[in-house]
Design a protein around this ligand. Structure first.
Ligand code: FAD
Length: 331
């Protein structure tokens, strides 16, 4: 019996988790519009350094997530990041925060984890899916210059608004997707002079413009020049999503200078900025996934249940729990 075919849109934590789970029972193809895997588990490299400019770290609270990550923990591709976590107030005053749960990162870069998860999968990178069409033989996925298919099932793991645009779900599922709210973010990436001490190893910032500052080179096994990652406050980012990047950069730098007045800002050698249109989840779907067996369509991702890397894993795992036995029966 030929195994059913499944197209997964998105090679982030959710898409890769699902692809690995379904590969035993289905012929799985993963599409991503980016040139690499990982989605918001992202790393930007320069000549001298690197920045994890999306997720900063992840927690491993659920035992299933721990089990799935065990091989990568053993191989050292995932390691604990024991940075001293600070809280910086809007007035610049700082205090040490208690560690609530260990923080984990990919090693030597955040993308090490998605790269390892993607091993052996049938990946089509640089393929932005623009439309889905159903014909007598199944689903066909169109990019700007070609069509892939047919597939028996299609699963979207793109952020909710992009999934909403793409997937021809029934009205009730589209309405549920309309209720999901995601926030934008901007990430400043600052290359520092060799030997510069960062303002903090990692700091949650309570400020109208800035929410996070971390020394990327302090993460485990980073053999890179000193580098700071600074995230914007989500609410502020949403208000400035369409603003020119130079304006956003200048506002964020001005806020940084005020917040960390004692830091030598002349040590900044280069500044880059990234706009995340859909970074974090404000209002999740409230159910672990969407699945329409009649249409052969499904969706999962962090936005179903939470706001974190672990939420993306749990959403994909819940969907795999339902789809795996269905696919094993050939449907
Ligand atoms: P994604 O990683 O977004 O994957 C979706 C994929 O779909 C992407 O690769 C995208 O390219 C692809 N795609 C979209 N549309 C299409 C299309 N039409 N065709 C083909 N491909 C498409 N989480 C934490 O746990 N801890 C943190 O510290 C943390 N900090 C964060 C900071 C920032 C700035 C950001 C942006 C996120 C942060 N997160 C954090 C959230 C975390 O990164 C996400 O929860 C998680 O990575 C989501 O995984 P996902 O697979 O659901 O979605």
């Amino acid at each position: 019996m030929t195994k059913p075919s499944v197209a997964i849109i998105g090679a982030g934590m959710a898409g890769l988790t699902l692809a690995r789970r379904l590969s035993a029972t289905a012929r799985v193809t993963v599409f991503d519009k980016s040139r690499g895997t990982g989605g918001r588990l992202a790393t930007r490299r320069t000549e001298t350094t690197a920045f994890d400019h999306g997720a900063q770290y992840f927690t491993i609270r659920d035992s299933r997530f721990h089990t799935a990550l065990e091989p990568y923990l053993e191989a050292g591709q995932v390691q604990a990041w024991a940075a001293a976590l600070m809280r910086i107030g809007a007035d610049g005053a700082s205090e040490r925060l208690a560690d609530r749960a260990p923080r984990f990162v990919g090693v030597p870069a955040m993308t090490a984890l998605p790269k390892a998860l993607a091993e052996g999968l049938d990946l089509r990178l640089g393929c932005q899916i623009l439309a889905l069409q159903k014909t007598g033989d199944g689903w066909h996925l169109a990019t700007k210059d070609r069509t892939f298919g047919p597939f028996d099932r299609v699963v979207a793991t793109a952020p909710a608004p992009q999934t909403r645009q793409l997937m021809p779900f029934a009205a009730a599922d589209l309405e549920a997707l309309d209720g999901v709210r995601m926030n934008g973010c901007f990430t400043l990436m600052l290359t520092l002079k060799e030997g510069t001490l960062p303002p903090a190893e990692a700091a949650q910032v309570e400020h109208p413009v800035i929410s996070w500052i971390a020394a990327n080179h302090g993460k485990p096994d980073r053999d890179t020049a000193p580098a700071l990652v600074v995230h914007a406050n989500n609410r502020w980012a949403d208000q400035h999503l369409e603003a020119p990047l130079e304006t956003v950069r200048d506002s964020m730098m001005a806020a940084c200078r005020t917040l960390c007045a004692d830091f030598d800002w002349d040590a900044v050698l280069a500044i880059d900025i990234h706009r995340w249109r859909y970074a974090n989840v404000e209002t999740p779907l409230g159910q672990p996934f969407l699945l329409d067996n009649g249409l052969g369509l499904a969706a999962c991702g962090d936005w179903c249940v939470g706001n974190r890397v672990e939420a993306a894993f749990l959403s994909a795992t819940a969907l795999a729990d339902v789809m795996e036995p269905q696919l094993a029966k050939g449907c």
